[in-house]
Design a protein. Structure first.
Lengths: 291, 284
């Protein structure tokens, strides 16, 4: 006889820690979001505000801008990473001499601290001695100044993200490609299907679960990017790269507008959950089709 | 018309060309950081070259002998190591429980742990900050700016993936082993320590290393939840950009020091990095 009490006892420490640092803050933020609370303003305590904080959010131009900017950044960078990652993964399926070496070097960015990735790119792009502005000017006569031109800053942040995370996409898709059954592909070739047909009608559908997992994880990560961007551009020039994470970090936290900040945090969380949920539905749908 | 062998050769050239380019793209930014860390201020503003002609040691010596900086490094070491130990231990207990008992609602718990990791940290910075400064306090002592505060907090990111990673490994160990030991009169604790732990040891090592890397690399919470005593190396690195007239050579040196442990660890966990980063959803 095995008693369940022992099982629960082993699970309890994990649940307690996750409840304290994971769930409790969530409840607390829900509570605070319903108040006006700014310890450094004239009124010291919390004043009931109901849904006013949320009403304010809907008309907050800076918040909505940063939300839109984050969405655009996430969409563009994840799309590039997927396309590039898929291409590179396919070249790694068959073993070739040197594959392990290439792979080992290629995954280096994955374990770097995001803040160090930002530092790396900062060093590449500093006007004066960074190689990127130097060679762009010399070879292409392009005036590259990260601190001045909004578009350049935005593109550079995307390139940095692609540099940082394409290896992850590649390796994950490679794992999926390697685990794929070979017979249907060979059979299709015997039946005279061309490469594009095999790719479109066999590889893509069979890879769908892995693809969705990658999209899911990358999208979540891209939507909450802070560290790298903070280090590279600090959200500038102006607000060109002020994504939602940086917006909360730079605008809300220093202003100590706790009630409003909580409402904003919750709204961001809500959008993330909705997005997760949509992707999960897509994942389940694909699972059903395969059965 | 091309013959098949020349086509094959073209394929090889393309393949190697592609991967040499990819390797260069990956390496050059990191290498450039090391180059900058080896140069003095004057040398930096010459035309950029990739050669390291001399090694300007003060970039490394100055931060590494600075007591403030040493404390950042020690804090990072303590926090990452304690967190990794805690996470590995808790994940061992939790996954043993999840794989040996059919607990009501445990499937939901399993799913719930993963949703914790998906939450955008920016949305949690403020609540955690408020909780640490205003709720968890005993007299003058608060969780704010303490090592234990960060150690516990990093469990939120590390436990879910650790549980997912260990669950698969734990499920692979047949229950018959446990039962045979019980017949011989062993207790639960003996079974866990003497039979299970040795069998899942490689999994525990991977969990430890990946947790350690994630905790070492974390910045956003460390920056917002510490002020003086518990600052970590990543916040020390970030502090360089806010100072006017940044000493780029020193910043590059500190960044190099900050990525070094993770690069060393990478050697051991290379094959598991995908599993770790996808929380066990994709195995390699």
């Amino acid at each position: 006889m095995r008693s369940n009490r022992m099982g629960w006892a082993l699970l309890t420490p994990t649940l307690v820690i996750l409840a304290i640092v994971g769930f409790l803050p969530f409840l607390y933020v829900l509570y605070v979001s319903l108040f006006d609370w700014n310890p450094f303003s004239n009124q010291l305590g919390m004043v009931w505000a109901g849904v006013n904080n949320f009403r304010r959010l809907v008309f907050d131009g800076a918040f909505l801008d940063s939300l839109w900017r984050t969405g655009l950044f996430a969409f563009v960078s994840v799309t590039i990473e997927l396309a590039l990652g898929f291409l590179l993964a396919q070249t790694l399926v068959k073993p070739f001499p040197g594959r392990t070496v290439f792979r080992t070097i290629y995954v280096l960015p994955l374990v770097m601290a995001p803040i160090a990735v930002g530092a790396t790119w900062r060093l590449l792009t500093i006007p004066g001695f960074g190689p990127i502005p130097y060679y762009l000017d010399r070879w292409f006569d392009i005036d590259y100044r990260l601190g001045t031109f909004a578009d350049q800053a935005f593109i550079t942040v995307i390139l940095m993200d692609v540099w940082h995370w394409t290896p992850f996409v590649t390796l994950t898709l490679l794992a999926g490609l390697t685990a794929m059954p070979k017979e249907p592909l060979e059979q299709a070739q015997v039946d005279g299907a061309n490469r594009w047909q095999v790719f479109r009608y066999l590889t893509i559908p069979m890879m769908m679960p892995v693809l969705l997992t990658v999209i899911f994880i990358r999208l979540m990560d891209a939507l909450r990017i802070v560290d790298e961007v903070f280090m590279l551009t600090s959200g500038g020039p102006g607000t060109a790269t002020q994504f939602i994470g940086i917006h909360i970090y730079r605008v809300v936290v220093p202003k100590t507008d706790y009630g409003y900040g909580s409402a904003m945090s919750l709204l961001v969380l809500y959008f993330t959950i909705v997005l997760c949920w949509l992707l999960f539905i897509a994942l389940a749908q694909v699972g059903k089709q395969r059965d | 018309m091309k013959t098949s062998s020349s086509r094959k050769l073209l394929g090889w050239v393309g393949l190697y060309g592609l991967w040499i380019v990819m390797t260069l793209i990956t390496i050059i930014p990191i290498y450039w950081m090391i180059v900058v860390s080896a140069r003095s201020r004057v040398e930096l503003f010459d035309a950029p070259t990739l050669l390291i002609k001399s090694f300007y040691a003060p970039n490394y010596v100055k931060p590494l002998t600075d007591p403030v900086f040493q404390r950042y490094l020690i804090n990072s070491l303590i926090i990452a190591t304690s967190n990794a130990l805690l996470v590995t231990f808790l994940a061992l207990l939790a996954t043993y429980s999840l794989s040996r008992w059919r607990l009501q609602g445990s499937e939901n718990i399993f799913f719930w742990t993963i949703t914790q990791r998906m939450a955008p940290p920016a949305a949690f910075v403020l609540p955690i900050f408020l909780i640490y400064t205003r709720v968890f306090k005993i007299g003058d002592w608060t969780m704010f700016d303490t090592q234990i505060g960060l150690i516990l907090l990093y469990c939120v990111f590390n436990l879910p993936f650790a549980v997912w990673l260990m669950k698969g490994i734990m499920d692979g160990i047949p229950v018959e082993l446990d039962e045979a030991a019980f017949v011989d009169g062993a207790t639960r604790a003996t079974v866990l320590m003497r039979i299970i732990v040795p069998l899942v040891a490689p999994g525990l090592a991977i969990t430890f290393i990946l947790s350690w890397i994630f905790a070492w690399n974390e910045y956003l919470f460390a920056a917002n939840l510490t002020s003086v005593n518990a600052r970590t190396i990543t916040t020390g690195l970030a502090a360089f950009v806010s100072v006017t007239g940044t000493n780029w050579g020193e910043m590059a040196a500190v960044a190099t020091v900050a990525i070094l442990p993770a690069l060393v660890f990478l050697v051991f966990v290379q094959r598991y990095i995908v599993t770790g980063l996808t929380f066990g959803a994709v195995k390699e």
